[in-house]
Structure formats: C-alpha cells, structure tokens
Design a protein around this ligand. Structure first.
Ligand SMILES: [Zn+2]
Length: 497
C-alpha cells in the first residue's frame, strides 16, 4: 500500500514538527560488555561467543571497565551530568537474537543524563537537549533467508549469529527537538553527523553506519502550532545513513501531514525504513508503557564512578567539535561558506584525513564535494561509504600535481577505483591513463590539428593567440584527453610563430 503524502512545503506550512532521536553507538572496546569475547566485525558466525553472552545457566557477567569509561566520556562530551551511582537493569522480552531472554540495559538510573549539544544548519545554530546516555549490550543478528525483503515475512527460514550479542552499546536519547520548522530533516541529519564527529574525536567507536556501529531511530510527530500539545509520534527504526535520516524525517512529515489533514489520526507505532524506496511502513504498535518488567540486574555490582576519576576524564576530553572546526577552518583558509558546505556534505573528516595524507585542503575539498559527492548521490550512499579512501584521493591529486594525469583523467581514475579496479596507480596503469607529454607524439597530433583547421591557424599566425584553444581542443580529442595541455599550447605557438 502506498501512502498519500502532503507536499513537504505545504506540510510544514500547516504543522509544527517535533523530533526525538535515539542513537545507538557500538563501542570499539576489544571485548564485549560483560564477557571477554572479542568484538571484531565480520568474523565467521557464532565464533565469538561464550557461556556469558550465550546466556547459559550459571554464567556470571562482569562489567567491562573500558566501556564504562567510554560511556562517561561520551556523557561528558554531551555536557551531561554523570551519575554518582547507577545500576544495570534487565529489560525482559523474548526475541531469538537475544539468548538470555532479557537485555542487560539501564532503566531509571542511566550513567549520564541532562546534557545538551549544538548543531549548525546553514549557519544557524540549533540546541539539542540530551535526555540520557545509557549503557547496554547489543543483540545478536537474525538473518532471514530467501525472503525477498530480508524480513521475517516471506522468509523460508532464519539463522542467528550471536557474535554481536553482548557488544557494548551506548544509547543516546534526545529530549523532544522543537523549533526547527522546515529545517527538521536537516537538523536531524546534522545532529547525527555531529555525533559521528564527536564520537570519532573521542575515539570510542568507529561509527560505521553501514556496518551498524551507529544506528538511528527517528521519532517524529506533528502538532498544529508550536503552542499545541505534542502530537502522537511514530518511531522509524534503524535508519542507517546520514542521507536516510534526512529522508526518513521528510517522509514521515509528508505522511503524517496527509493523514491529519484528511481527518485521520496517527497510530503510535514503530515503522520500518526502506532504504531502496525511501519510504516507511508500519511495524508494530507500541504503547508508552510497554511492560518490559525492568528490575535491577542482580548479577552485577552497581557502577559508582569516583568523582576524581570523572574530573580526570573531563579534563582529558578532546576539543569540542565547534573548536575543532574553527581550528581547521583557520588552518585550511576556508571561507565560512566553504566550511559550511564541507560540514553539510558530511565531508569534514574525509577532507581532514585527505589533507593528512598529503593533499592541499582546497584539492581535498574539491574532489570530495564535486566529483565524489555526485557519485555518492548517484549510488544513494553517504560519502564516507564510497569505496574510495582519503589516501586514494590524496594520491590522485598527487598524480595531477606531478603532471602525470589531468583533472579529466583523474575523474576516470576515481571511476576505476570505485569500480574496484585497484589503487589509483593501478587504475592509471591498467587503463593507460597517463598524460602524454612526449614531444614526438604531441607534435604529430598538433600538425594534424593545424592541417585540419587552416583558418584557426591563420588567426594565430596573425597574433590572435586566444584562438589556440580550438587547436588544443582538437589535439585533446585526438589524444583522448591524455595530452599535456600546457605542452600542446607551447608546441602550437612555436609552430605558428
Ligand atoms: Zn562472550
């Protein structure tokens, strides 16, 4: 069934959006939250398990100290208060990917609470209040085999991989985000991008959205005016790219607005996000008071971080993203607009890494924001998920700087790298993309161009040097773009002077 949507502008002229974002971050600790199992991504299914994370009878969990430290650092970076004493709780529900039949989480005693952070959209600053950041463990992964959708419905059978079960997670929950108006989708995207930057700066997670180490649930409701009570919300689960966060908010705004305007009401429910079609579909109905029968985890001691230790962690926090950006902008000599575009494109870190790999800031910015941004858009992925690394980009620019390829050939090199043909150097070699600056080959092509364009040649002989462009173009065409344009120009002027 296809939803009726109200045009976005009309929807936002009619209703006021309120968002809530829940972000799950997988920490990059070497071992799991409550056992010593490794956490490496991509291992053979069910090879990273033990009695604790498989929930076998009698197995006793122990809290991972590094995970607690990371949780506190995240809380501090989000300007949260840190609990002097808090406990884990059992969240009871049955699901096949959760072998214990409960998830060890935190309920009314989160480790961090009442924080805030700020995100920027088009030069405007939005404050996002943080309700809490709590510790929990990840579930395993169900794989529904042969279904066209990859979901339970229509699958022949299901397999479960418990490697992920017990990996430390931090869930960061915002308070309702209001006052964004028609910028809601951009604020949501900017917030998640901001968290990525902040978490990378802290070094607590690799925040690979496409590998699921950062996952976002988007709560959205509409109300008549900013003074009206909050409307009924939906929760769109597992929105796993920056691009999708923006699209999911936009979609729900249009869907809910059409329903409300037609006299309907919103069902409080979870919704599935479909990356391919860009729509959400109904999941399960959800009430506010879902009964998970939470109770304090009896097998774990409370977490009571020493105040002096917390202050030590606070003092050792990296510079906040805002300060970090200002420093980079200064060092790179970017205008406000260039910086804003770079951040808005989710390219800040990529540019930073490309510069670190040896490219100039302007060259790094140019490739990520033009050619590569276009390709990411065509593929429907975030820039960071393109199979090209900052080191590749720096290498391509180095080849340009050395005069071995030009910008046009560089685009073909990226095409090859993205198609999995190897490193930039391998693509240049395999595709024979190197610029020809050998005078013998160039001279012959220049002679051909002069012979084919006698009128242009005459103009140049008469001193109209600007006309050389037409001959350079003809030579480039004959040499399939692989001529050294500067040398071609010199040869033309030599021959016609
Ligand atoms: Zn284990």
């Amino acid at each position: 069934m296809t939803d009726t949507l109200m045009a976005y502008d009309e929807a936002l002229a009619t209703y006021d959006p309120v968002m809530g974002l829940e972000v799950h971050v997988e920490l990059n600790t070497a071992s799991k939250m409550f056992c010593g199992c490794p956490t490496e991504f991509g291992a053979e299914p069910n090879t990273q398990t033990c009695p604790v994370c498989l929930g076998l009878p009698g197995a006793m969990p122990v809290v991972n100290g590094t995970a607690v430290e990371s949780a506190i650092r995240i809380g501090l970076a989000l300007n949260c208060s840190i609990a002097e004493w808090c406990r884990f709780a059992r969240k009871n529900y049955f699901y096949p990917d959760m072998p214990k039949n409960f998830q060890t989480s935190q309920y009314d005693e989160p480790i961090a609470f009442d924080g805030w952070t700020e995100v920027e959209v088009d030069g405007e600053t939005f404050r996002v209040e943080i309700e809490r950041a709590h510790m929990e463990e990840d579930t395993g992964k169900s794989l529904h085999v042969v279904g066209a959708t990859g979901r339970i419905h229509g699958a022949d059978h299901s397999l479960v991989d418990y490697n992920r079960a017990g990996i430390p997670l931090i869930e960061i929950v915002t308070k309702p985000i209001t006052g964004t108006g028609d910028k809601a989708p951009l604020v949501a995207k900017a917030y998640v991008a901001h968290l990525r930057e902040l978490l990378l700066g802290l070094g607590v997670s690799d925040v690979r959205m496409e590998q699921g180490s950062l996952r976002c649930d988007v709560n959205l409701s509409l109300r008549d005016t900013p003074d009206s009570p909050l409307g009924t919300r939906t929760e769109t689960k597992n929105v796993n790219s920056l691009r999708s966060v923006e699209r999911a908010v936009r979609y729900e705004v249009g869907r809910q607005a059409a329903l409300l305007a037609g006299g309907g009401s919103i069902t409080q429910e979870t919704r599935h996000w479909h990356e391919d079609t860009g729509i959400t579909t109904s999941g399960r109905e959800k009430s506010d008071a879902e009964d998970y029968r939470y109770f304090p985890e009896p097998d774990l001691v409370p977490v009571a971080p020493d105040a002096a230790w917390v202050e030590e962690l606070r003092a050792s926090l990296p510079e906040p993203p805002r300060v970090h950006r200002a420093r980079l902008q200064e060092a790179w000599g970017f205008s406000d607009l260039e910086m804003r575009d770079t951040v808005g494109a989710g390219a800040l870190l990529l540019v930073e890494q490309t510069v670190a790999a040896g490219a100039s800031p302007q060259a790094a910015r140019k490739w990520w924001l033009s050619d590569l941004a276009r390709r990411a858009n065509e593929r429907g992925v975030d820039l960071v998920d393109l199979p090209v690394s900052p080191a590749d980009v720096a290498r391509v620019q180095a080849l340009v700087d050395e005069g071995r390829i030009n910008d046009k050939l560089a685009r073909q090199v990226f095409e090859g790298v993205l198609a999995g043909e190897g490193t930039p150097d391998e693509v240049v070699a395999a595709r024979g993309l190197e610029v020809v600056s050998d005078d013998g080959a160039l001279s012959a092509a220049v002679d051909n161009a002069i012979a084919a364009n006698p009128d242009v040649a005459d103009k140049i002989r008469d001193g109209k040097v600007a006309a050389a462009g037409a001959l350079i173009g003809a030579v480039m065409k004959e040499m399939r773009g692989q001529a050294d344009a500067g040398r071609v120009r010199e040869l033309i002027l030599e021959k016609l002077s």
